[in-house]
Design a protein around this ligand. Structure first.
Ligand code: ZN
Ligand code: ZN
Length: 329
């Protein structure tokens, strides 16, 4: 609440006491910074269908652009909570092809084409991701063709609005470069069979944020993240007794980064803020999941800088410093 008051106070110049009353009446509309980068965690979870952490999706606002990184379960609901029209997303970047990163995509694509104000896409949806993305999108197009054909003739929706504009890449490098906003893809190691898998770095006006994607401890990520203001990293953890509970637990952990390893990444990058998103917290009836406090404590074995565990709709403003706001703002 303290941070919320500070934010509103700065933006409106009004007294804090008045703002508490105003905050309840105003819609949760967010105002992007004129300079710098704003980041909103739309979903901080993994494949587990929980209600407090939706599927992986991160909104990055830089300059004129609203860029979405992955489209996990519930991405449309989260954008609506922010009162951002689905058609206002300028481009969607995909890290890899695990379903938890894609399962919200058909909803974003199809619902964003509908006539209400939350939709109304009339131009092709820009999609950027590693080789293989067009195959997935062609498959979606085929799967939903009956719906598309119905709406084209019945509601006369604009044909361009349901098209994809696809850019695929096959190596590290810049994948988006417009109006001073640069997005660089870098390969990460998510396991032997989980290829391709990439992370992204967004740069704008001297500010930068790195999104790890899904990865094990990875030197390439550390290199790509050098000088970044914010590093948003995935993390996975389970209690010792869980490993004995089921062989698959170790397999899952082997595809991800432990808090101790993430601590090494953060320490070697030295961002202004290190933040966890995509939390894989494995549990069983006999073994409760690792708590947020434990995640931080375990990370602290290797990293002493500013560190937060992400929550859905947590918002960062990356300027001279990094401000953090919890929802409702
Ligand atoms: Zn994932
Ligand atoms: Zn994955």
């Amino acid at each position: 609440m303290q941070a919320i008051q500070e934010q509103w106070n700065i933006k409106t110049g009004l007294a804090v006491t008045a703002l508490i009353v105003l905050a309840a009446a105003l819609p949760p509309q967010i105002v992007a910074q004129e300079q710098g980068i704003d980041v909103t965690l739309l979903g901080t979870g993994d494949p587990v269908p929980r209600v407090d952490r939706f599927g992986p999706a991160i909104l990055v606002e830089a300059g004129e652009y609203q860029l979405l990184f992955d489209a996990g379960r519930g991405v449309t609901q989260r954008l609506r909570q922010l009162e951002i029209s689905l058609s206002d997303i300028d481009a969607v970047f995909i890290t890899h092809f695990h379903s938890d990163h894609l399962s919200g995509l058909p909803d974003l694509w199809l619902t964003g084409w509908l006539p209400p104000p939350f939709g109304r896409r009339s131009q092709p949806m820009r999609m950027i991701g590693p080789d293989g993305l067009s195959e997935i999108l062609n498959g979606l197009r085929q799967a939903f063709d009956p719906d598309i054909q119905i709406r084209l003739v019945d509601e006369q929706l604009p044909p361009q609005g349901i098209e994809f504009d696809i850019r695929e890449y096959s190596a590290d490098g810049i994948v988006f470069d417009e109006e001073g906003v640069t997005v660089t893809a870098f390969a990460v190691d998510h396991g032997q069979y989980i290829k391709p898998s990439y992370g992204y770095r967004v740069d704008y006006e001297g500010r930068s944020v790195v999104l790890s994607g899904d990865t094990r401890f990875d030197e390439n990520l550390i290199q790509a993240a050098q000088g970044a203001d914010v590093v948003i990293h995935e993390v996975a953890a389970a209690r010792e007794e869980m490993l004995a509970f089921d062989d698959r637990i170790q397999l899952i952990l082997d595809h991800h980064t432990t808090p101790e390893e993430a601590g090494i990444v953060f320490d070697r990058v030295g961002p202004k803020l290190a933040l966890y998103s995509h939390l894989t917290l494995l549990s069983s009836p006999d073994s409760p999941e690792v708590t947020v406090e434990e995640l931080i404590q375990r990370t602290r074995t290797n990293y002493s800088g500013r560190l937060l565990v992400g929550e859905d709709l947590m918002r960062l403003e990356i300027g001279d410093s990094v401000s953090v706001y919890r929802f409702p703002y």
